[in-house]
Design a protein around this ligand. Structure first.
Ligand code: ADP
Length: 490
């Protein structure tokens, strides 16, 4: 809308007509004061302002307009009696477009000027709108960037707190952040830690995953800088996408050495167990065949021979029985179904009985008893006997060059402690804490001695379930002393 300010209605009328004929919207004011009021209220794209008016003249109006932020940019065409006035006007109205027309007004010139200003004003409005959207866009991007930076920072802080080795990479696979754990395996932050086996294995698989934009999931062995040993790790990396573009990768290396070892132990166990089960079965089969043959022979010799084969078969059957019993115990422990039939009893007779049986079955071994187990306990007799037998048979088994075993009993105010000492192969210091773990066998001796690595684990579980303690003292090459204690009843 165009505002015409003139104190003479006839002037306004003629100007208005010219402009309206040319499809301009026009408003008018008969004084400077009225003009100012209207300018504050409405939006104009051009003001045609008469210089000479009673009261506030054109200059004063222009000066006032230039003071309002809303109107300071509206262009003005002054209508003046002489063009010398204009120099004066420009001082007061520095910003915004300005022009003048001398009176009497030539309608063609007026139209030309109005059209120019109108076009300029329209363009300015459009430009302003574009500028506004651009500014908003910039603001939005700035905010998005700040949020992204914040998120990346958050992610990094999180990655610092996890126990795994963690990293992030750009969409193109270039590493951009690694956490502290990384430096346990690598002294370079921009390349993957070296792994065992194929050269550059991780880097190659990583590049394949990045090229395909697909998650990576592989097992690798990383060398720890501090001890130079290799540890199994699971490398998992996932792409983070925006739309269909990968913008970042987040990855971790999780130490799976322990799981791997358990898995390996389990596999070994299965192969040893099946072998151990098969051996007595093969012997039993052979003795049965011999027995069959003997029975077909002449009678006097047969009964003696048969008894011999039957005895050997029984020994093998006992072996099988104890193996299967151990296997069953393991599965009962695993499923939480190992049950105890506890009652009160005197310990000494039980101990003496077990020692007697072991002496009979191992006549070459001298079992020396020290101290009496004169105490009452509340326990499962059969299970405690199992622990004693296990300790004693191990002491004999792992002492191929010694024929002496000491069994020591000590009773204190509320505890009974039994220890079985041998003078055999012993156990290296660093392996002693693992000895009671499931499937654990000391590697150095595993080829020399048969076994499944479950006996001590079952013992430890039995003693633990009786609120007792257990352990071992040993020196490699000199012998071992296995002990357990049980609470006594006063
Ligand atoms: P197994 O004897 O069937 O292997 P155990 O659970 O009884 O299983 O024992 C676990 C491991 O502990 C054995 O493999 C052996 O290496 C070690 N061990 C047990 N007792 C002794 C001992 N008295 N002297 C030396 N090593 C022993």
């Amino acid at each position: 809308m165009i505002l015409i300010v003139d104190d003479k209605p006839e002037n306004i009328f003629s100007l208005k007509k010219v402009l309206e004929l040319n499809k301009f919207e026009v408003d008018s004011a008969l004084s400077g004061e009225e003009a100012l009021k209207k300018i504050l209220k409405n939006s104009y794209i051009l003001i045609i302002l008469d210089v000479q008016m009673p009261g506030m003249d054109g200059f004063e109006v222009a000066e006032a307009i230039s003071g309002y932020s809303k109107s300071k940019d509206i262009p003005i065409i002054f209508l003046s009696a002489a063009n010398t006035d204009v120099k004066f006007i420009t001082k007061g109205y520095a910003s915004g477009g300005i022009d003048y027309i001398t009176k009497p007004v030539d309608p063609d010139i007026l139209l030309l000027k109005v059209k120019t200003f109108h076009r300029l004003a329209t363009q300015t409005i459009e430009l302003n709108a574009i500028q506004k959207t651009l500014r908003e866009e910039i603001e939005f991007r700035k905010q998005a960037q700040a949020e992204l930076r914040e998120r990346v920072q958050e992610l990094r802080s999180t990655l610092e707190t996890i126990p795994q080795i963690a990293f992030t990479a750009k969409g193109n696979g270039e590493l951009e952040f690694v956490n502290q754990q990384w430096f346990e395996y690598s002294d370079q932050e921009d390349t993957f830690p070296p792994s065992d086996g194929e050269e550059n294995y991780i880097q190659t698989r990583w590049e394949e995953a990045v090229a395909a934009g697909k998650p990576l999931n592989i097992e690798v062995r990383l060398k720890k800088l501090i001890d130079g040993k290799y540890y199994y790790h699971l490398l998992q990396a996932s792409p983070i996408t925006e739309g269909d573009q990968v913008v970042r990768w987040v990855g971790t290396f999780t130490n799976i050495e322990e799981q791997k070892q358990v898995q390996q132990k389990k596999d070994e166990f299965l192969s040893i167990a099946s072998h151990e089960l098969k051996t007595p079965l093969t012997s039993i089969k052979a003795y049965m065949q011999l027995l069959e043959r003997a029975l077909k022979k002449d009678e006097t010799r047969t009964s003696e021979e048969s008894a011999n084969y039957l005895e050997r078969t029984r020994i093998q059957l006992d072996k099988l029985h104890s193996l299967i019993a151990d296997l069953l115990d393991i599965s009962k422990i695993e499923s939480g179904k190992l049950e105890f039939n506890k009652k009160e009893f005197e310990f000494e007779p039980l101990l003496e009985n077990v020692v007697d049986i072991i002496r009979q079955t191992n006549p070459a071994i001298k079992i020396i008893r020290k101290g009496k187990a004169n105490a009452r306990v509340f326990a499962d007799e059969i299970r405690i006997e199992q622990v004693l037998v296990n300790y004693l048979t191990n002491a004999i088994k792992y002492s191929p060059d010694s024929s002496e075993v000491h069994v020591c009993a000590k009773v204190s105010s509320d505890q009974l402690k039994i220890s079985v000492k041998d003078f055999g192969v012993g156990i290296p210091k660093e392996k002693q804490e693992d000895i009671f773990k499931k499937f654990y066998r000391v590697e150095e001796n595993s080829h020399r001695f048969q076994g499944l690595g479950i006996g001590l684990y079952i013992c430890s579980e039995i003693v633990r379930r009786h609120k007792g303690t257990f352990g071992v003292k040993s020196e490699e090459g000199k012998g071992s002393e296995f002990y357990f204690s049980l609470p006594t009843i006063s």
